[in-house]
Write a protein that binds this ligand. Structure first.
Ligand SMILES: Cc1ncc(COP(=O)(O)O)c(C=O)c1O
Length: 412
């Protein structure tokens, strides 16, 4: 068997693609304009982007506070390049720690109410490094089935055992924790805000279970920082900052940059700093990205009204989609999925919306369960009323066309 044969079959063989959960082969999808991945963005100004020569409204980003185009954030990145150059050319461990990294870590720890924070080059590397550093051969890590892929990759790299519980199901978490010997070390890991459904982890119940079973808790708040708890994240939203042992976050969403961090007690962060392979054996976050995250964090602290606005917009869009009879799943945040069911319907809806000037993201299996394919929509504090009204009109038109079996341009 040729190890590369699967690659050719994935590209062209529909039966092979279907077995992987895709509605058609990538080649067929490309030929029909139904291929939603790796789309080049020609210009980006936050709430709008230019795609295929046309300006579209962006409701497919994680730029929740709209800070990627903020002049203060851009200027901070440019100044950092002037001062430090374009790269640290080395690991945090050796030559790659700048004063800027330490300043960002101190600001994050104090903003979140934790003793110490540690900055990694990406959010992905943060989960991979921190989880594998903490979960040893005799330990068990317990995850929600819908946790982010980087959490599961961290579990795989760890030497311990991985156990999973049903999404958001605290009775199932209790069952899993009860089945473990009291003496083993246990780490429960959940997303604070789930990236596809936009729902919150039931942290009060999870914290209670962790206490009863002697487990520690890590919350991945990639989508919570800047959005929930007035910006401080999901632990803060439930008033549980003390009880959540470790808070992980990224700079690639609300904080308008790239990178990630983990925050917790000093001794635990110190351990991770000396044991996380993805930190030690990889170059550190570049100066421009570090300075951009720091500037975005300062804006978040000074302008909490952005957090309020993005949540109000999320509520408005969720209410609107539901009024059209669309399924928005368990969403409670500015991540508002439109669950469309099968893959082909989802791709067709996505294409029609893009043609109507609205950019969304397609989620197909394995990112979502079979039959629960969705368009992931997400909002920014900087979306204008006019832009939101245009999105509403486009969705209404595409849905009406679908209901009547027409092309969207034939409706009206
Ligand atoms: C919940 C969650 N955790 C971690 C990550 C990884 O973060 P990054 O993109 O900053 O590497 C993401 C990003 O998609 C995420 O959604």
């Amino acid at each position: 068997m040729d190890i590369l044969e699967k690659c050719r079959r994935f590209l062209v063989d529909p039966a092979f693609s279907e077995r992987l959960g895709y509605p058609m082969s990538p080649r067929t999808a490309q030929a029909q304009g139904l291929y939603p991945y790796f789309i080049p963005i020609e210009e980006s100004e936050g709430t709008t982007a230019v795609v295929g020569g046309r300006r579209v409204i962006m409701i497919g980003s994680n730029n929740y506070l709209g800070l990627t185009a903020d002049p203060r954030v851009r200027a901070a990145a440019a100044q950092a390049i002037e001062k430090y150059g374009t790269s640290c050319t080395g690991s945090r461990f050796l030559n790659g720690t700048l004063e800027l990294h330490l300043e960002l870590e101190e600001k994050l720890a104090s903003y979140l109410g934790k003793e110490k924070a540690l900055v990694f080059a990406t959010g992905y590397q943060t989960n991979v490094g921190a989880i594998s550093a903490l979960v040893g051969r005799e330990d068990v890590v317990v995850c929600d089935k819908e946790d982010h892929a980087s959490i599961f990759d961290g579990c795989r790299l760890s030497l311990g055992e991985l156990r999973r519980f049903q999404h958001g199901d605290v009775a199932d978490l209790d069952r899993v924790l009860s089945s473990l010997p009291p003496a083993v070390g246990k780490l429960v890991v959940v997303d604070g805000v789930f990236s596809m459904g936009g729902d919150l982890a039931p942290l009060p119940e999870i914290v209670d279970l962790c206490r009863r079973h002697g487990a520690r808790l890590l919350v991945d708040d990639a989508h919570g920082i800047g959005v929930t708890g007035g910006g401080r994240g999901t632990a803060a939203q439930f008033n549980l900052t003390e009880e959540v042992d470790l808070i992980m976050g990224t700079f690639s969403k609300s904080l308008a940059s790239v990178g990630g961090f983990i925050a917790g007690d000093e001794a635990v962060i110190h351990w991770i700093q000396h044991r996380a392979r993805s930190l030690i054996f990889s170059a550190s976050l570049p100066p421009a990205s570090t300075a951009a995250a720091l500037a975005a964090l300062e804006v978040l602290e000074r302008e909490p009204e952005r957090v309020e606005r993005v949540n109000r917009i999320g509520d408005r869009m969720r209410t609107f989609y539901r009024s059209l009879g669309l399924d928005t799943g368990p969403s409670q945040t500015p991540i508002v999925p439109i669950v469309l069911g099968d893959g082909l319907r989802t791709l067709t809806f996505w294409k029609a919306l893009l043609e109507a000037g609205v950019y969304t993201n397609v989620a197909l299996p394995p990112a979502v369960p079979q039959g629960r394919c969705l368009l992931r929509t997400s909002y920014m504090a900087t979306h204008t009323e006019e832009e939101l009204a245009q999105v509403e009109e486009a969705v209404t038109t595409v849905l009406a066309a679908e209901n009547r079996g027409l092309a969207p341009q034939e409706v009206r």
